[in-house]
Design a protein around this ligand. Structure first.
Ligand code: AMP
Length: 548
């Protein structure tokens, strides 16, 4: 990693509220890139101004004047068909909005490192398959070739490992270190327990909440001020979008002040009325205590799932802008009995870890052996919808439980119900609940054109395989016959290739590229990896599957 690369190794932290780009410099050191405004972090905000699309700081400023034309926290809507509000009278898929942000990051980074297309993008560890795919699609629409996606806490741990000298050539870091990564960003919360040993980064357990982050802390302050306003003046400053936007901006600012000072004044004026409220740090803690408690609960559970206690954890690593709140530090200190480690930059670590991972992939493409390895676990159980033999109700039959080391495969045998049946339909879900309704619907896998004249009860084997990055691939075979069958996965709320191509040309001006969905994308055997055999669980072939 010491000579200049022909292709730069670029990592992107596509955050809910802020995004960051890093690359590996000529000496292989991860370095954060400045955007066109000269900042290391770019607000993940898109503003539609007539036919212009403005992204970043200037878009964020417009929240007080043009709130209705602004898309914020798009990442929270990934996995939905459309963003929750229309913008300038138009509806957008959330991944297209994410692509506008990525496109700005690409254009800005190009100014420093020249043209590039290969990137690694980070995702919360707790993202499900649908959201992972949407993130990759966003990258495609922004004109990138997304080589891989990597979990944010894992990327942070890699950056930490680099900083600690674990990744130095010729140096074996010897002793294993167990690190708990607590990642509280603008819109999501992740906690991952990792073991770093030699040059292996192994996730032991992961958990989180994709609807919990700094935004929720802001909202508590917004509600607090708005209620005071209503009490005094009988009107709600949140009812008008621009006034709501202004209040939100001021409360986010006040929240930051409360990380440095013990009290802050928040002013709010609306329709000729005004309030000015002093909020102390203690009051802020009280109004957000339940949010912190939720993260503490998840942290404890993750440690338990990793089979560890706090004495066995060497470091508690804080990542994400929201860990600057003193309450987070205190909570983690009390919980773990250790001083949390703030040695890595909470804003830059994730992008820098992604750049290091991009370096590995590019080295591998070039036939070089990588200098570190990452092992992940899946963050959600994978199941198929089956009919409960007793209740006759649909239920989630779990095939791969959560926190299973990746890659992993599981097989499920379905049986045709009728003689001459030409198709089967398998509904795939992720989640822990027995009820499919409470799980995330990944999509349906339909196997059509089964050979004619199959007798009833012919076993059809469906193999599900999670790649290292949490993406899912599916293979279907008729038991006994050697042939693999054609199947189609219709993914929940996913754009078609044609739609992706036309968004790509609209957003980035790039022509369609023949990039396969990375769920089918394999880097081939990596000689330096001691790949563990895929675990295979063959299900008892009772015909309880969802057959058609
Ligand atoms: P990230 O997604 O990691 O960039 O984190 C962004 C979140 O961190 C936003 O919700 C910010 O409001 C929050 N944040 C950044 N700096 C501070 C600070 N000094 N105090 C409290 N929250 C902060």
């Amino acid at each position: 990693m010491s000579q200049a690369r022909a292709v730069p190794a670029v990592g992107i932290d596509l955050g809910t509220t802020f995004s960051v780009v890093a690359y590996l410099d000529d000496l292989g050191r991860p370095t954060t890139l400045n955007n066109a405004e000269g900042d290391k972090i770019t607000p993940s905000v898109v503003f539609f101004e007539g036919t212009d699309v403005v992204v970043g700081k200037e878009a964020a400023k417009a929240i007080v004047t043009d709130a209705e034309s602004i898309a914020e926290c798009t990442k929270r809507d990934l996995g939905h068909r459309m963003f929750h509000k229309s913008l300038g009278g138009r509806q957008y898929p959330p991944e297209a909005l994410e692509a506008f942000i990525l496109n700005k990051l690409r254009e800005d980074a190009k100014r420093t490192i020249g043209e590039f297309s290969k990137v690694v993008v980070t995702v919360p560890a707790y993202f499900d398959e649908v959201r992972r795919k949407a993130t990759q699609d966003a990258g495609y629409m922004a004109g990138f070739e997304v080589m891989d996606i990597i979990n944010e806490p894992t990327a942070a741990a890699v950056a930490f490992g680099f900083q600690q000298g674990f990744l130095k050539q010729g140096q074996d870091a010897g002793e294993k270190k167990r690190v708990l990564v607590y990642d509280l960003g603008g819109g999501t919360f992740d906690v991952t327990v990792m073991e770093i040993g030699g040059r292996d980064f192994v996730a032991l357990a992961t958990d989180g909440d994709v609807q919990l982050g700094g935004r929720d802390f802001d909202e508590r302050l917004v509600d607090f001020v708005a209620e005071e306003f209503i009490r005094k003046h009988g009107i709600d400053p949140r009812e008008e979008p621009n006034s709501h936007g202004r209040l939100w901006r001021d409360c986010e600012d006040a929240k930051r002040t409360l990380s440095a000072r013990t009290k802050v004044n928040i002013a709010c004026d609306y329709k000729g009325e005004a309030v000015r409220i002093e909020v102390t740090r203690e009051q802020f803690h009280e109004m957000t205590q339940d949010l912190l408690d939720r993260t503490a609960f998840t942290t404890r559970q993750t440690l338990q799932a990793a089979g560890l206690n706090w004495e066995q954890v060497d470091r508690v690593l804080m990542v994400g802008g929201s860990t600057r709140m003193p309450g987070v530090y205190e909570m983690l200190k009390n919980l773990s009995g250790k001083e949390p480690d703030c040695s890595i930059s909470p804003d830059e670590a994730v992008a820098q870890g992604a750049a290091l991972h991009a370096g590995i992939l590019l080295d591998r493409y070039a036939g070089k052996s990588p200098n570190f390895r990452i092992r992940n676990v899946n963050s959600h159980s994978l199941g198929v919808v089956a009919t409960d033999a007793k209740t006759k109700r649909p239920r989630n039959a779990i095939l791969i439980p959560r926190n299973t080391p990746l890659p992993v495969a599981a097989k499920r045998v379905f049986k045709t119900q009728k003689a001459g049946q030409r198709s089967i339909l398998v509904q795939i879900v992720e989640g822990e609940s027995a009820s499919p309704d409470d799980c995330s619907q990944i999509g349906k896998c339909s196997v059509r054109d089964l050979p004619p004249d199959l007798p009833a009860q012919t076993p059809i084997e469906v193999c599900f395989r999670y790649h290292d990055n949490g993406r899912l691939a599916i293979q279907v075979t008729v038991e006994g016959a050697n042939a693999e069958l054609h199947h189609e996965v219709s993914r929940e709320n996913s754009l078609t290739q044609d739609q992706l191509d036309s968004w790509r040309s609209y957003i980035s001006g790039m022509p369609p590229a023949s990039i396969r969905d990375s769920a089918d994308f394999d880097f081939g055997p990596d000689p330096s990896l001691t790949t563990q055999p895929a675990q295979t669980r063959v299900w008892n072939p009772t015909p309880e599957g969802d057959l058609s």
